[in-house]
Design a protein around this ligand. Structure first.
Ligand code: ZN
Length: 398
């Protein structure tokens, strides 16, 4: 490092409200192909402790990323910065969002500890949600709601959040929730009479700023539980989105919010009943049609290609037809993806229809099989089914 570079003064340690500042460029470097500068002072937070970096601009140039490289705070820029004295501006909306998520995490971690004796093992803040790993093997909705209520109470009480540095010899006097990860002087984030954490992140000044804290997902991982949670603006956006979904579903099912699940279940069982009735009607129709077709038949072979029927309906018709006389039935249809051929014969006939599989298979580019009296072949959707059935008749010598 340049001798003049020195450690960058971090303005967010003094006041997270500082979003605009003036600074001097003390070093110029490169980071992953982008120009980067070191400043004598900055309000930009670098990625650290599970919290992502701030965004904004320096001297009108967009800041892409802020990283700490071997103790040096690098502002990674979109393009080179010519000036030595620059004005910096931190994206305030992103800063507030990060403060809400990070302070919210401290509150939630302490609430997990108090309510479920669950220790925080790790924390990660993502672009859309954050995760917390808690050292408990199982829990329930009721328990999680108790944790949320405890966290909410601390928010509603609007407790002061203080940050300060503590010398190594006095660390023992601070009732930290977790032992510090770093040696030497540590920074403490204190939520009055509730939580003491060693942390370098940007935090709200009072818990009221956090807004709602809501757990949205839970999964088992490494024998413990990982929770996704949202705070403040993110929780509001999530509630708005979910409220719309619930309202729309309630309108579609003509039900009250709390009755939607029951309405969906009712719908499902009605659908099941309707499907059963439809199947019975299909079978009845097939039986009637089979009787007509059998009466009109001018020989022992009945052959037909259908364009508007399901394979199930055609199969049912074939089975019904062979019970209406001594017939060999060759029926075909197309479904969305495949073509289907059903070959069936009456019990009284001896023909082994399986002999037709190798004859028709190549014509429809498909495969099939079955018993001597009933064969099904599925082939390419665009196969020439008329040609296949004509070939089958020829093969049967009729
Ligand atoms: Zn923290």
């Amino acid at each position: 490092m340049d001798a003049t570079a020195g450690p960058t003064k971090r303005l967010f340690f003094e006041d997270v409200g500082i979003l605009e500042f003036e600074a001097r460029v003390v070093d110029r470097r490169e980071w992953e192909g982008h120009p980067a500068v070191v400043l004598d002072r900055t309000a930009f937070y670098a990625e650290s402790g599970g919290q992502p970096w701030d965004l904004g601009s320096l001297g009108g140039v967009r800041v892409l990323k802020v990283v700490e490289d071997d103790g040096v705070l690098l502002h990674v820029l979109e393009r080179p910065l010519a000036a030595d004295d620059v004005k910096g501006a931190v994206d305030g909306a992103r800063r507030l969002d990060h403060m809400q998520q990070h302070s919210g995490q401290h509150v939630l971690s302490q609430a997990f500890l108090e309510v479920l004796n669950g220790e925080t093992r790790s924390f990660h803040m993502g672009e859309s949600s954050s995760t917390l790993e808690i050292g408990i093997a199982a829990t329930s909705d009721d328990s999680l709601e108790r944790v949320e209520r405890r966290a909410a109470a601390v928010v509603f009480q609007d407790r002061p959040v203080k940050t300060y540095f503590v010398e190594p010899e006095r660390i023992g006097e601070v009732p930290l929730r977790r032992p510090p990860k770093v040696e030497g002087t540590i920074r403490v984030v204190e939520i009055e009479d509730f939580d003491y954490s060693a942390c370098g992140g940007t935090h709200v000044r009072r818990t009221g700023e956090i807004g709602l804290i809501k757990i949205t997902r839970m999964e088992k991982i490494r024998g413990q539980l990982r929770f996704e949670f949202l705070c403040g603006g993110r929780a509001l956006a999530d509630y708005q989105r979910k409220h719309r979904i619930v309202r729309d579903l309630a309108a579609r099912f003509n039900a009250a919010d709390h009755d939607i699940a029951a309405a969906v279940d009712k719908w499902g069982s009605e659908l099941k009943t309707a499907r059963k009735a439809l199947r019975a009607a299909d079978e009845k129709a097939a039986a009637l049609e089979a009787r007509d077709l059998a009466a009109q038949a001018r020989g022992p072979v009945i052959s037909r290609v259908f364009t508007d029927r399901t394979p199930e309906a055609v199969r049912a018709l074939a089975l019904s037809l062979i019970r209406n006389g001594d017939f060999i039935v060759l029926l075909a249809c197309r479904s969305e993806a495949r073509s289907h051929i059903f070959l069936a014969r009456s019990e009284s006939l001896a023909t082994d229809l399986r002999a037709l599989v190798p004859v028709l298979g190549p014509i429809v580019q498909g495969k099939g099989g079955g018993s001597p009296g009933l064969v099904e072949i599925a082939g390419d959707r665009n196969a020439d089914l008329e040609a296949a059935l004509a070939r089958a008749q020829e093969f049967l010598g009729r």
